[in-house]
Design a binder for this molecule. Structure first.
Ligand SMILES: *[C@@H]1O[C@H](CO)[C@@H](O)[C@H](O)[C@H]1NC(C)=O
Length: 356
C-alpha cells in the first residue's frame, strides 16, 4: 500500500501549496512497525517511561535514552532504505469501545517522505527556485526534533504549525481533515509535516522545536525560510497508518488522551549512516521509490532498496506494562484521561441544537 506510484502522486496532488513539486523532489522511506511502547528518547530522554504510548518505526536501537549515535548504530531498521537508521514515532491510536474500554487500533507502519520543498533565506527572495536549481542542505548529524503539540484540543487555521498536522481518511470516502476523520475510514493515515528551516547552529533545543521553523513565505509544506532560520533542510513528512476498518463509530482517542486529533505530533532522530549520500539524493535519484535512477546516491551495491524489513525487532525490551497488545484496557496507559470532543460529537452538537 505504501509503494504504488499512484499513491505517491495522490499525496503530491493533495498538497494544497503552490510549492507542490514533481516526483523528482521527493523520495520515500517505507517502514513496518517496530514497536508500540511508552517511551520517548526525545521528550523524555533518559527516563524509562514517557507520558504516553507511541507507535515507532525505523532503527531498532529505540529505548528511553537512544542518542543519535545509538540510532545510527542500530543493528537493523524496519524501513526500506538501508542507509537509514533514523527513528520515527507518533502517539498511537485507541478506540473507545461501548463498554468504555480502550482497544489498541492496529498500527500498520508508515511512510516518511524526504522532500525538496524549502529554500534558504535570501534578502528579497519571495519564492523558491525550481527543484532543478534548489537543493536542501542535508540533515546535520545529531538532528532531533518534534512537530505538533500533544496538548492541543482545538484548531487555529492561522497557525502554520497546526496546519502541518492532519489525518487522511482512506476508504469509500477519501478526505483530509485537521481533526480525526468525520466519516468511516478503512485506514486513518495520520500525517505530520516537519519544519524544514534550520537555525544553522543547534541540532536540538530545550523544547525540541525552536532550532527549527516553518517557511516565512509559502506554507507549512514548502517555501522560503525566515532570516532567523535561514538554512533549508530536507522537509520530512510522516504518514502513519491505523487500521480502522472494523469500527463503525468515530470514538477514537490518541494515546495522550486526545479525542480531537489536533494534538497528533511526530518525533524524529536522525540516524542516516551516510549523510553525503542522503545529501545527494534529491540531485541524483528520481522515481517513486527515490532509487530508480542509475545514478541514485541511495543505491549502494546493486540496490539501496532493502525491501520491507518486517521481521526486525527492537534491540531493547519495552517497559513491562500492557499497552493494549493483549486486549482492551480499562484505562489508557499512564491513566491518560481523554479530553476534547470527537469530531463526530462536535458535528452532532452543531446539527442538533440543545434540547433535541
Ligand atoms: C542508556 O541506558 C543503558 C541502560 O541503563 C545504559 O547502559 C547506557 O549507557 C545508557 N546510554 C546513555 C547514552 O545514557
Amino acid at each position: 500500500m505504501f509503494f504504488s506510484k499512484a499513491h505517491v502522486v495522490a499525496v503530491l496532488l493533495s498538497a494544497s501549496s503552490s510549492y507542490a513539486q514533481d516526483i523528482g523532489g521527493t523520495f520515500t522511506v517505507n517502514c513496518s512497525p517496530l514497536t508500540i511502547q511508552r517511551r520517548d528518547p526525545v521528550i523524555s530522554f533518559g527516563k524509562d517511561t514517557s507520558d504516553h504510548v507511541h507507535a515507532v518505526i525505523g532503527g531498532t536501537a529505540f529505548r528511553g535514552n537512544t542518542t543519535n549515535e545509538d540510532a545510527l548504530n542500530s543493528k537493523a531498521t524496519t524501513c526500506d532504505k538501508i542507509l537509514d537508521h533514523s527513528i520515527y514515532w507518533v502517539p498511537t491510536l485507541y478506540h473507545i469501545n461501548n463498554d468504555g474500554r480502550y482497544e489498541l487500533v492496529k498500527h500498520k507502519g508508515g511512510a516518511v517522505y524526504y522532500q525538496n520543498r524549502a529554500c534558504n533565506y535570501q534578502a528579497g527572495r519571495t519564492r523558491c527556485p525550481s527543484i532543478k536549481e534548489n537543493f536542501p542542505t542535508v540533515f546535520p548529524a545529531g538532528l532531533r526534533m518534534i512537530s505538533g503539540d500533544k496538548d492541543l484540543r482545538t484548531f487555529n487555521k492561522n497557525d502554520i504549525a497546526q496546519r502541518a498536522i492532519n489525518h487522511h481518511c482512506l476508504g469509500s470516502i477519501d478526505q483530509e481533515t485537521n481533526s480525526l476523520p468525520l466519516v468511516h475510514c478503512d485506514t486513518i493515515r495520520s500525517q505530520v509535516t516537519f519544519p524544514p528551516c534550520w537555525d544553522g547552529v543547534n541540532v536540538d533545543s530545550a523544547d525540541h522545536k525552536s532550532h527549527m521553523a516553518f517557511p516565512a513565505i509559502g506554507d507549512f509544506n514548502g517555501g522560503v525560510c525566515p532570516e532567523s532560520h535561514p538554512v533549508a533542510l530536507i522537509q520530512l513528512f510522516y504518514e502513519f497508518h491505523f487500521d480502522t476498518k472494523k469500527y463503525t463509530d468515530r470514538n477514537f482517542v490518541f494515546a495522550q488522551g486526545d479525542k480531537t486529533g489536533y494534538g497528533f505530533h511526530g518525533d524524529f532522530i536522525n540516524g542516516w549512516t551516510d549523510l553525503k549520500r542522503l545529501g545527494d539524493a534529491h540531485r541524483t535519484c528520481t522515481g517513486a521509490k527515490g532509487v530508480d535512477a542509475p545514478t541514485c546516491s541511495l543505491n549502494i551495491g546493486t540496490d539501496g532498496y532493502a525491501g520491507h524489513a518486517s521481521n526486525q525487532t527492537p534491540e531493547h525490551a519495552a517497559p513491562a506494562e500492557d499497552v493494549g497488545l493483549n486486549g482492551p484496557l480499562s484505562a489508557l496507559p499512564n491513566n491518560k484521561v481523554p479530553t476534547g470532543e470527537t469530531p463526530q460529537a462536535k458535528l452532532r452538537s452543531r446539527v442538533f441544537p440543545r434540547g433535541y
